[in-house]
Design a protein around this ligand. Structure first.
Ligand code: ARG
Length: 401
């Protein structure tokens, strides 16, 4: 039987050419796999037809947008995950869901190998292949751009030569990856890290310098999951989309960073994640009133580690799973409403309420109704400082010798 290869297919030039390129280089039949993670653009049917037109023997298309929102974006939100304090893991969390569908398609169509369009310099090759190794240990991996010398120039020549149903003229100087959680733009002019991004780079966000009137929004959460916006029930996918629209109109969630790739390269990336950043801000503020102090402090460390693991392609790893269990446990009381104003590139919280809040007005107030016994503070401070005081006494003693 002819060998079969499933290819992660975007519908763009490189993966369209990869179908025939892989076929000619390996003699295998290629099955194109397109996964909708809320990236917008062309319909799955258009993409399916193009895959078949480019020589795929089968096309597997999956609308995974709700799955992506529920099982990938929501955990990222619960973790308040920001890699290096900035990046909400837009591309990093889409790879594992695509991997799931690649493995499913490989089983369905009897493929032995999985192919993807990544280069050999980035994180995504690692995320794809580590994911494949974990979910389908018997499957082999191949990357035509990295392993079969499929360069951009050769791709254009191949497409023109074979008359593939794909445009080869449109020159986009940027490499873009997008889904409902956000959008990532790199390369070209941005590789000079002193160059400011030009206006044309942005798509999910309007310029924050010229915002429309402020937009006040109330986001309701239940156990860390967004469940309503302005009192209207929403699914996580709807919440992200609605906030992409409203926070995006205010220019919220533009990020310009130089980040540390797993392969050791520092690289410049522009992100737009209006919905994600508005949601993370709201969620964090709700945690501030519903999670106990020590648990909250520890959770911040866990969230950072979680972000690093996910960035580094360890979505399906045991440590990531254990951290998920911890994070899930912390979310039990993260229920309530956060009111925030979206304006001029910022999402600023100005109100919060929760039936599971730990905020105690009686303890906090400086006015009448104070229930806090201030006389307890002296003894507490004495003991709290005792250990450092004893140590500093020793320092003085030793220095005096
Ligand atoms: N640097 C980001 C990451 O590794 C995004 C990569 C996505 N690719 C792109 N063409 N911008 O997660």
């Amino acid at each position: 039987m002819t060998e079969r290869i499933v290819l992660a297919y975007s519908g763009g030039l490189d993966t369209s050419v990869a179908i025939g390129w892989i076929g000619e280089a390996t003699g295998a039949e290629v099955i194109a796999v397109a996964v909708d993670v809320g990236q917008g653009g062309e319909s799955l049917e258009t993409i399916r037809q193009r895959a078949l037109g480019c020589g795929a023997v089968e096309a597997y298309v999956a609308d995974a947008s709700d799955e992506f929102a529920n099982e990938y974006c929501v955990p990222t939100l619960k973790a308040n995950a920001l890699y290096q304090g900035h990046y909400p893991l837009v591309s990093a969390i889409s790879r594992p869901v695509i991997v799931k569908h690649l493995v499913k398609a490989a089983r369905e169509f009897g493929a032995s190998t999985v192919a993807h369009g990544c280069t050999g310099k980035g994180n995504d090759q690692v995320r794809f292949e580590v994911g494949i190794q974990t979910l389908g240990p018997d499957l082999k991996c191949i990357a035509p751009v990295r392993d079969l010398a499929l360069t951009r120039d050769k791709a254009i020549a191949f497409a023109e030569d074979r008359g593939l149903p794909i445009e080869t003229t449109k020159k986009n100087p940027y490499s873009i990856d997008q889904n409902v959680w956000g959008r990532a733009v790199e390369t070209g002019y941005l590789e000079d890290i002193w160059n400011a991004p030009t206006k044309d780079i942005y798509d999910y966000t309007a310029a924050p310098e010229f915002p429309p009137a402020p937009d006040e929004v109330t986001i309701s959460f239940e156990a860390g999951v967004p469940v309503a916006i302005d009192g209207v029930k929403v699914t996580p996918l709807q919440a992200i989309k609605e906030l992409n629209r409203r926070a995006g109109a205010q220019g919220v969630g533009r990020i310009d960073v130089v980040e540390d790739r797993l392969v050791g390269i520092k690289s410049r990336e522009i992100y737009e994640a209006p919905g994600a950043m508005a949601l993370i801000t709201a969620h964090k503020h709700l945690e501030d009133i519903t999670i106990e102090r020590e648990q909250a402090r520890f959770k911040a460390t866990v969230g950072q580690r979680w972000a690093e693991l996910v960035y580094d392609g360890q979505w399906f790893s045991p440590l990531k799973r254990s951290l998920d269990a911890f994070i899930e446990d912390t979310q039990r009381y993260v229920s309530g409403d956060i009111r925030m104003v979206l304006h001029g590139g910022q999402a600023i919280v100005n109100g919060r309420r929760s039936e599971t809040s730990l905020y105690d007005f009686g303890l906090a107030t400086y006015d009448t109704g104070d229930t806090f016994d201030q006389s307890m503070a002296r003894g507490f401070i004495e003991l709290w400082g005792m250990s450092a005081k004893v140590a500093s006494g020793r320092d003085i003693r030793v220095a005096g010798k």
